[in-house]
Write a protein that binds this ligand. Structure first.
Ligand SMILES: C[S@@+](CC[C@H](N)C(=O)[O-])C[C@H]1O[C@@H](n2cnc3c(N)ncnc32)[C@H](O)[C@@H]1O
Length: 239
């Protein structure tokens, strides 16, 4: 085991150099520390090949805590008013973090039942002052999930791409058309491999792109907003 770790470390150093390896180790230690502080166990990557065989579904990888800090610094959560949803919630890191804010309700959706069970367990153990205890984890494919008409913050850390993402965007648009409301979409994607999949959708407006830390330098965080009247095909005026 120790030899394996050493081998991996040596390989990483020869591929990426000492500085990048040291930064990576520091980042991993920080992520473990934040998990510990929150009382959860969400670290680690699980390849999507181990989670099913749909190529458009992305691996399980938790969102970096620093990206969550940036996203939640941006949001102003209306106490008892806002409802948070994480598409592809995995082991529930973003849900546990969101529970420390005064959301009225929090919902996580993931297609992998084992990840949903891990999320449930994490949310049972979450330590700090929980401000929202009304949390639902739904084991379902996001395409089959009807977006409730009161969801006002949608979080997506690169859960899926391609046709799945398009189908889910259409579900979001339909929900906004049925129940017009202001909704914020926080979308994080790796800009070295993907484009901003929400760009050019006429029913939402890009508000800003927030800088993520150097530890997440390949992740772009974009914020979109809909306004009442959105989702019916009309463009929404820029904020
Ligand atoms: C990159 S992880 C994000 C985990 C979590 N949101 C976080 O930020 O820590 C992507 C997650 O999306 C889930 N996922 C992939 N395709 C999905 C689909 N079609 N429906 C629901 N969840 C899906 C995966 O199982 C995985 O847990």
């Amino acid at each position: 085991m120790a030899a394996t770790l050493l081998e991996r470390l040596t390989r990483r150093m020869s591929e990426n150099g000492v500085r990048a390896t040291a930064a990576h180790l520091q980042m991993r230690a920080h992520e473990r520390y934040r998990d510990w502080r929150l009382g959860v166990d969400t670290c680690g990557v699980i390849p999507s090949s181990e989670l099913g065989d749909d190529a458009a579904c992305i691996d399980y990888e938790p969102v970096n805590y620093r990206c969550l800090d940036v996203a939640f610094n941006y949001l102003t959560v209306r106490e008892g008013g806002d409802v948070f949803l994480d598409y592809g919630c995995g082991k529930g890191r973003a849900l546990a973090y969101a529970a420390t804010f005064p959301f009225r309700r929090i919902i996580g959706v993931d297609r992998v039942p084992e990840l949903c069970a891990a999320a449930e367990e994490n949310l049972r153990r979450v330590k700090p002052d929980i401000q929202c205890a009304d949390i639902d984890i739904v084991a379902a494919d996001a395409r089959e999930f009807e977006l409730p008409g009161d969801v006002s913050v949608i979080f997506m850390f690169n859960p899926f791409t391609g046709q799945i993402l398009e189908d889910v965007q259409e579900k979001i648009r339909q929900s906004l058309a049925r129940a017009p409301r202001k909704t914020t979409i926080i979308y994080l994607y790796p800009h070295n491999r993907q484009e901003d999949a929400f760009a050019g959708r006429p029913w939402i407006t890009k508000v800003c792109e927030l800088p993520t830390s150097s530890w997440s330098s390949i992740v772009t965080l974009v914020v979109y907003e809909s306004a009442p009247g959105a989702g019916n095909g009309q463009a929404v005026a820029a904020v």
